[in-house]
Design a protein around this ligand. Structure first.
Ligand SMILES: Nc1ncnc2c1ncn2[C@@H]1O[C@H](COP(=O)(O)OP(=O)(O)OP(=O)(O)O)[C@@H](O)[C@H]1O
Length: 385
């Protein structure tokens, strides 16, 4: 979808910003460009919408060499989100969001209706915020408007330069998560620049790790963390990459333990006896169809004449199977729980304990050490195509 073929950029003063870049961003894929300040990330991105012209190689968007495309027309196909957001201060939020649809000739009512829809999508109620001016918004809200505006004309490609950079870490994580949810539905082809490896890992389907003007590694987050291609990459991803793996290692059904189970319609006395036999202090409460309803303690069951369902407590700590280990860990901490329930839709699969979580993390690190995960990674290179 976006393809760099041996692209280079030397500025008129002789600075080589990037050299011999070749990589591809597939349709619907989110690729993060990460690296230290001055390594050429922004130059790379701005060559895609022709705000900067390459001095070598070529860039294709949707199979077409962009050198031959009128820059203004090109930019209408490419959404652009930048850190400073660049909203027009004297226009309302709604009109800011409707900028591009209006430019490409949509009728005013249609452009505004689309803008309202987009504001809603990024979590800003158009009734409340649509008539405000940018100065009347928080930093995080302005960033959201920036994203809404970039998406308004429904461009297939999105360029994002430090889009969540100007807000505090808590808001940033929320914006990142919101954007990932949005991306799961809109499936744009995205190039996202960041200097933050955590952001690159969290957001990217694949990551391009930049050294000085060139890509040191182009891989999935798991592979970059697990098997850094060069000492430079290893240093850049940091000594705590084991911890970062929590974000990229998924919970699998085989990681789970099977705790004692009690059923909603079962008499409490029966369940209490079963727990006593097992020497267990609690049980997970399920429907007969295997749906998770909560948990119940042996103490609550003993002496009760009712059913298990009447005594069940809500399960606070749960995650869907396939979620990253980090999410399970965070649920455990948040609810001060010794384990988290893992579900597939409404169906209960088992529980993840700290010991199993540790095992899963080891499995993921060992798999990389043996080169397993890397073998599974598909490389896109220009020469393969
Ligand atoms: N117009 C210009 N003329 C000369 N050199 C430039 C120009 N723009 C950028 N550069 C240089 O090109 C190199 C790459 O810059 P670029 O902005 O692409 O880096 P970056 O990785 O995006 O950095 P940052 O994270 O700090 O924004 C830097 O050495 C920079 O000083």
């Amino acid at each position: 979808m976006i393809r760099f073929e041996q692209v280079g950029k030397v500025y008129p003063d002789g600075t080589t910003a990037v050299d011999d870049l070749s990589f591809e961003v597939a349709e619907g894929e989110l690729v993060t460009l990460v690296g230290p300040s001055g390594c050429g990330k922004t130059t790379t991105m701005m060559m895609v919408n022709r705000l900067i012209e390459p001095t070598a190689g070529r860039i294709l968007v949707d199979g077409e060499d962009i050198a031959g495309v009128d820059p203004v027309k090109l930019r209408r196909r490419i959404g652009y989100v930048i850190q400073q957001v660049g909203l027009f201060p004297h226009r309302t939020v709604l009109d800011n969001t409707a900028t591009v649809p209006a430019l490409v000739g949509w009728k005013r009512a249609k452009a505004r209706a689309r803008a309202a829809e987009l504001l809603d999508l990024v979590g800003l109620d158009p009734k409340t915020y649509g008539s405000r001016y940018p100065a009347q918004l928080s930093g995080g809200q302005r960033q959201r408007v920036g994203v809404a505006r970039a998406l308004a004309a429904d461009p297939p490609v999105l360029l994002m330069d430090e889009p969540f950079g100007a807000v505090d870490p808590v808001v940033r994580e929320r914006l990142q998560n919101e954007f990932l949810k949005l991306q799961a539905t809109v499936r744009k082809t995205v190039l996202l620049v960041t200097h933050d490896i955590e952001e690159a890992v969290r957001m990217g389907d694949r990551i391009a790790v930049y050294g000085q003007g060139r890509i040191e590694q182009f891989d999935t987050p798991a592979a970059v963390l697990g098997t850094p291609a060069t000492p430079y990459v290893a240093q850049f991803v940091g000594a705590d990459r084991g911890l970062k793996r929590l974000s990229v290692t998924e919970i699998e059904a085989s990681d789970l333990e099977q705790p004692p189970v009690a059923y909603l319609d079962e008499p409490a006395a029966t369940a209490a006896r079963e727990l006593a036999v097992l020497g267990a202090r609690w049980a997970v409460v399920l429907s007969r169809q295997g749906e998770l309803h909560g948990w119940v303690s042996g103490d609550a069951l003993r002496g009760s004449s009712g059913t298990v369902g009447e005594l069940a407590r809500r399960m606070e700590a749960w995650v869907p199977v396939g979620a990253p280990l980090k999410q399970a860990f965070s649920e455990m901490l948040q609810h001060d729980a010794g384990w988290v329930a893992v579900v597939d839709g409404p169906r209960f699969l088992g529980v993840l304990t700290p010991a199993k979580l540790h095992e899963a993390l080891r499995r993921s690190v060992d798999a990389d050490a043996q080169g397993v995960a890397r073998d599974e990674v598909e490389f896109d290179s220009v020469s393969d195509a």
